[in-house]
Every structure is written in structure tokens, then in C-alpha cells.
Ligand binder design. Structure first.
Ligand code: PLP
Length: 408
């Protein structure tokens, strides 16, 4: 059953990047310069991003998954670590703990916010022997910020660290108990926060990621781990000058400077660098981020209004202050039918997410259907509708019309 006006539209995806001539010029100018990787654009992007989210430090890395991995390493996750996250997220939020050999546990979601339920985290911590858990990875799922003030209070009681997975929420904020806006990734409550610059995310760089923090010690660790664990700054060398020059201990050196070739690999790091041209694209995109969020919020209110009171809607994201609307999720009856009907009309909705604990990889640890009933109930009806700044009013009306027709 095709709706009447579909022929005038190109396929409508659930998310799409928006690359301008300005973005292209920013990339081109780096390609004509001396640096292709780890040049001046990296620091400029880091500074601009830290300022955007209101954090002290930012470290650009090759993607959001690498950002999560470096956070877990910097916080010392190891084979006896146990960490709590939400089942409704992209699996990378959990995988970063497995990369370091740690164990992943989950706390079910609050069905209203679809975010990790802090009360359930509290119950879990209360009933486990002291010292069972090391940290929590909350996710600002769909762009809705977790109340990190409340989560921090709980984490402090149990001496836990927090990695905020803010991939969906650059520019999002929650309002704290004093009425102040707390921007996602600002480092006031989480030890570390991470972002992704995959093309479906708010800021596209092809691939790319960012870690933000207010902790200088963690910041220095991250810089080292991003580039093989190598240090090139003589103030931080642990070997003495004789060793560096290649003389036996006790012999006099000809100068009191380390030779130009010298560097030290102090930790087992990785190559998780971002290229300079991706950083330039990211920084150029960042300049349009506020305008993008404004448009996303407009699209969200339009959906919220259109679906208000509709009996086929079990739950919808709605209008929430500070929501960054990476996704607009509705929960419906006959989700598969709707998904297919939209496809027939060239509308490519998406499902976010199959609960992580039900992935075959995680089932091997004993997780099974029924473990997190709220996450599973959410999954049975959720569908992410087209949500990106260049979605036109006409396209959005067409999406709404197709949904109405399907249930009508
Ligand atoms: C996209 C995403 C990631 C991973 O980011 P990549 O840049 O694709 O590696 C992690 N967590 C969440 C919630 C994401 O949406």
C-alpha cells in the first residue's frame, strides 16, 4: 500500500549527515597543508569541542569505540573489574569493558525516560558485597541526558567511576538541583565522557571520536594511550640521559640534552589518532551544531504534536528540555508491519536497539530473555523515525501521513 505523494521524495533515512561547501573547503585546505595526521587541526578541534560542551580537556581519537576503550584503560579496567551499563545502547558501550577483560552487568531502563534506571542501579549496589563494582557507563540514549548529578551521588557512595557515553547528545543538557544547565560531557559529574563523529551522529567527520574530562591526570594518560603509550616530552622521561644516548651508566655525557630521536614507550597504548582532515571537518561541522539541535527540537515537537493521543502510540520521546534528539523513538503495536509499510514508501526507519544482553556474544555469559523485562518490552515496540536537520517539513508530513495511513 503506497501513499499518494511518495514519488516526489528521495529515500528518507532515519539519520543523514549535512556536508556544506564550507566543510569541503576545510578538508581541502588540510589536504594542501603539511600535516595529514596529528597536526594543528587536532588541537583546534579539541579546544573548540571542549568549549562547546563546557569541559576543561578534550582528546580527539579515531572513533567513539576507541574513545570508550581508552576511557576503560585510563580508569584501569582489568579482568576482575565489574561495570554496570544499560541494555538499551549500541553494544560498544559494553564492549569497552570486555576489551579490558572486565565483566559487564546491566541495570534495566526506566520505561518513561528509556535511560538506565538509577533506582535499579542503587538496588544492585546495595545487594552486592562491598567492592563488587568498579564503575558505571550511563548512556544519553537517543540524545536524552542522564541525570548525572543523581548518578554521581550514588557512585560516590560506592566509590565508582562514571564514563558518560554521550554519543547521542552533544549539545544536550539536564537541569541540576540548583536549576543550572549541565551540558553532556562537561565533566562536572562524570569522570570521562565520549562522543562519536560517525555520519549518523550530530557532528560528522567520516569516523572520529572525542573524550572530554575535567581531570588533568586522566587527560595526560589519554594523550599517551592514544599514541602507542609513547612520550616525547623530556620532562616526563623515566630513563636517564646516558641510557637515552646509548652509553653505559656512569660515563659522562657530551651534552645535557636528550637526542632528537629519543622517545619512550611507557604504557601499552594504541594508534587511535584522528587525521587532521577529519579534525578540520569535525570543527567545521561543530560550527553548525547549535543550528542542527534547534532544527532537531523543532522536528521533535512536530512529531510529538502529531502523535499526541493517537491510540497506536504506546509511548513517544515527546518534548523534553535539554534533549539533543539524535533519535526520535516511538513505541507502537505491530512495529514490524509499520517498519515494512514505511519501507514501501521509501522511508527507512531504524530500530535502536536490540538489547545488548540478548546479543549472542553476551548470551554466552548467561544472559537470557526475561533478564531485563522493561528493556525487552521497549525493544518489542520501538522504532526510530527520520530525524536529521535537513529533513524538510514536507518530508516529515509525509512520514506522519504514512504512519497514520498504516494504522488508519
Ligand atoms: C555510535 C555510538 C558508539 C560508537 O561510536 P563509533 O564512532 O561508531 O565507534 C558508541 N556508543 C553509542 C551510544 C553510539 O551511538
Amino acid at each position: 500500500m503506497q501513499s499518494k505523494s511518495n514519488k516526489i521524495f528521495d529515500p528518507i533515512p532515519y539519520g543523514r549527515q549535512n556536508i556544506s561547501d564550507e566543510d569541503i573547503e576545510a578538508v581541502n585546505s588540510v589536504l594542501r597543508s603539511d600535516y595529514l595526521t596529528q597536526g594543528p587541526e587536532i588541537e583546534k578541534f579539541e579546544e573548540a569541542f571542549a568549549e562547546y560542551v563546557d569541559a576543561s580537556y578534550a582528546v580527539a581519537v579515531s572513533n567513539g569505540t576507541a574513545a570508550l576503550h581508552l576511557c576503560a584503560l585510563a580508569l584501569g579496567v582489568h579482568s576482575n573489574s565489574k561495570v554496570i551499563t544499560t541494555p538499551i545502547t549500541f553494544s560498544a558501550s559494553a564492549n569497552c569493558i570486555r576489551y579490558c577483560g572486565g565483566e559487564v552487568d546491566f541495570a534495566d531502563i526506566d520505561p518513561e525516560t528509556t535511560l538506565i534506571d538509577i533506582d535499579l542501579v542503587r538496588e544492585k549496589l546495595k545487594t552486592a558485597p562491598k567492592g563488587t563494582y568498579d564503575g558505571i557507563v550511563p548512556v544519553d540514549f537517543a540524545g536524552r541526558p542522564v541525570n548525572l548529578e543523581a548518578l554521581r551521588q550514588l557512585a560516590d557512595e560506592y566509590d565508582l567511576w562514571i564514563i558518560e557515553d554521550a554519543c547521542h547528545a552533544p549539545g544536550g543538557y539536564f537541569v541540576d538541583s540548583k536549576g543550572k544547565k549541565q551540558f553532556c560531557g562537561n565533566g562536572n559529574y562524570a569522570d570521562l565522557a565520549i562522543f562519536s563523529f560517525h555520519p549518523v551522529k550530530h557532528i560528522a567527520a567520516g569516523e572520529g571520536g572525542m573524550i572530554t574530562t575535567n581531570d588533568e591526570v586522566l587527560y595526560q594518560k589519554l594523550l599517551k594511550l592514544r599514541t602507542h603509550g609513547i612520550i616525547k616530552n623530556s620532562k616526563e622521561y623515566s630513563n636517564d640521559l646516558n641510557m637515552a644516548i646509548g652509553k653505559s651508566n656512569g660515563l659522562e655525557t657530551e651534552s645535557n640534552e636528550y637526542p632528537g630521536w629519543y622517545m619512550e614507550m611507557q604504557d601499552l597504548g594504541y594508534n587511535y589518532r584522528l587525521t587532521d582532515f577529519q579534525a578540520a571537518l569535525g570543527r567545521s561541522q561543530l560550527g553548525k551544531a547549535d543550528e542542527g539541535i534547534r532544527r532537531r527540537r523543532e522536528i521533535a515537537s512536530c512529531y510529538a504534536e502529531a502523535f499526541a493521543g493517537k491510540e497506536y502510540i504506546r509511548h513517544q520521546a515527546g518534548v523534553v528540555e535539554g534533549h539533543a534528539y539524535h533519535l526520535y523513538v516511538i513505541e507502537v503495536e505491530n512495529r514490524l508491519g509499520l517498519y515494512n509499510a514505511l519501507r514501501e514508501n521509501n522511508i527507512y526507519a531504524q530500530i535502536h536497539y536490540i538489547p545488548v544482553h540478548l546479543m549472542p556474544y553476551y548470551q554466552q555469559f548467561g544472559w537470557e530473555k526475561g533478564d531485563f523485562p522493561r528493556a525487552e518490552a521497549y525493544y518489542s515496540g520501538c522504532i526510530s523515525l527520520p530525524m536529521f536537520p535537513t529533513l524538510t517539513d514536507e518530508e516529515q508530513e509525509f512520514v506522519i501521513e504514512c504512519i497514520d495511513n498504516f494504522y488508519g
